[in-house]
Design a protein around this ligand. Structure first.
Ligand code: UD1
Ligand code: CA
Length: 455
């Protein structure tokens, strides 16, 4: 059967008090709406339409890489009105449309699959996801009779008996497309909030004798984020889930409560992660790595057996058995080879460092291509910027760069070379040579005495 989904994401999110549309707030490093999109895709639905309104352009921009389509809700007149705005998306289709909200990112693909399966298997016209909680305040209540679900009543419209119902509407549903299309035309806004409620579709179906099902799930999966406090709560739940996933896969987290791993990170077996690590974006960490405390690793690929300590690595690649830090900064577009040493207070920017090269301390390498088996002395600076333009430095294999060397770019240092400490290199260093580029030492004998400076 044909399946598609729509995601409600047009609301303002007043209670979160933000200039950013609510659905773009991140949990575990990813926008809430993108969690929802990815979960639905994992559950096997390809065709997804996002209903946008408040901050529409930004929501579009942040979701565009996921290849969804959009419907515009210019005025936020309620969840039923929002779905109506997506009518062009589904009106010529036949099958199931699943509806989700962009502010409930904890729903799992397994539950989405079950919901759709239940809907199809039971031949329902509508299937609701519900959950039973102690304190249902704020949520729509599921009103049942002996025959099953009768209707959903919003908290603000509940009578006393309804207020006591603790089965709540998760705001996630499956509908028969054609029946939904017809029923949307019958919604009214005569209720406590003066809104067109999507939830009223249930009573309309009931009156038309269309079969309604309900699937109960754990409350955790249905939590909607309306405030920063709920955002933090959801962040914690998701982080625990992610951490458990990695531990189950054979990753040691010394203290899961202070380890922050993004939703799309992958980590190899027998890697050990100490507290204070923040791993985000599409980072890939290999096997048997040790991440000592306090690093940030963003969108980077780390090989196997790598050791990293108190460092920042962004949009870069690190080869096998390389060590990084403490206190190294690897900036975007850097490619570090295998068995390389990037030591303390070393900054690498947009550079390639080939295998076995050691850059142990206090060094800046920017816009450079460095060969293998090189050794950088303490305090080397690649002078890549002339105040106007960036230039490139190329260093061959087996080069020994003495301490406190400046390499004024553009410049090339050929294979098998030595540079004397304190040199400022401005010209090519030919293969096999030693370059010395500093003033010769002169000793003025008896100078201290002559000046009367002797103590
Ligand atoms: C809704 C349900 C309620 C359910 C709860 C679960 C209705 C009428 N109520 O209430 O039964 O228990 O979710 O969390 O559906 N949105 C739009 N356009 C609008 C209004 C809302 O796109 O005009 C979007 C919002 O951006 C949000 C979602 O719909 O992502 C839900 O809206 P919200 O106002 O948070 O609904 P609730 O009051 O929480
Ligand atoms: Ca909500």
């Amino acid at each position: 059967m044909y399946k598609c989904a729509i995601i409600l994401a047009a609301g303002q999110g007043k209670r979160i008090k933000s200039n950013l549309p609510k659905v773009l707030h991140k949990v575990a490093g990813k926008e809430m709406v993108n969690h929802v999109i990815d979960t639905i895709r994992t559950a096997g639905i390809v065709d997804i339409n996002v209903i946008i309104g408040k901050g529409a352009e930004l929501v579009k921009e942040k979701t565009t890489s996921r290849e969804v389509s959009y419907s515009m809700q210019l005025e936020q007149l309620g969840t039923g009105h929002a779905v109506k705005c997506a009518k062009d998306f589904f009106k010529d289709k036949d099958g199931v449309v699943a509806v989700f909200t962009g502010d409930a990112p904890l729903i799992t693909s397994c539950t989405v699959e079950n919901l759709i399966e239940t809907h199809i298997k039971e031949n329902n016209y509508a299937t609701l996801l519900t959950s039973v909680i102690d304190d249902p305040s704020g949520y729509g209540r599921i009103v049942r009779s002996a025959e099953g679900v009768e209707k959903i009543v919003e908290h603000k419209d509940c009578n006393e008996a309804e207020l006591k119902v603790n089965e709540i509407n998760a705001g996630m549903y499956c509908f028969d497309i054609q029946s939904l299309s017809e029923a949307l035309e019958k919604l009214s806004n005569e209720n406590a909030q003066g809104e067109y409620y999507l939830t009223d579709i249930i009573e309309i179906f009931k009156n038309e004798n269309k079969k309604i099902g309900a699937m109960i799930t754990e409350f955790e999966q249905t939590i909607g984020v309306n405030s920063r406090v709920e955002l933090a709560k959801v962040e914690k739940i998701l982080r625990d889930r992610i951490n458990k996933f990695h531990m189950d896969n054979g990753v040691t987290l010394i203290d899961p409560n202070s380890t922050y791993i993004g939703a799309d990170v992958s980590i190899g077996q027998d890697t050990i992660i100490y507290p204070g690590n923040y791993i985000e974006g599409n980072a890939v960490i290999g096997e048997e790595c040790t991440l000592y405390p306090n690093s940030r690793i963003s969108n980077s690929t780390i090989g196997n057996g790598v050791e990293i300590q108190s460092s920042v690595i962004i949009d870069s690649t690190i080869g096998n058995e390389t060590t990084v830090g403490p206190f190294a900064y690897i900036r975007p577009e850097s490619k570090i080879g295998s068995k390389v040493r990037i030591g303390d207070f070393v900054e690498i920017k947009k550079s390639t460092i080939a295998d076995n090269t050691k850059v142990s301390h206090l060094t800046y390498i920017g816009d450079a291509e460095v060969g293998k088996n090189c050794n950088f002395g303490c305090g080397t600076v690649v002078v890549n910027y002339d105040g106007k333009n960036k230039h490139k430095t190329i260093i061959g294999d087996n080069s020994f760069i003495g301490c406190n060397t400046n390499l004024v770019s553009p410049v090339e240092v050929k294979n098998n070379t030595y540079i004397a400490a304190g040199s400022t290199i401005t010209k090519e260093v030919p293969e096999g040579s030693l370059a010395i580029a500093r003033a010769k030492q002169t000793n003025i004998e008896g100078w201290v005495d002559k000046k009367g400076l002797k103590k």
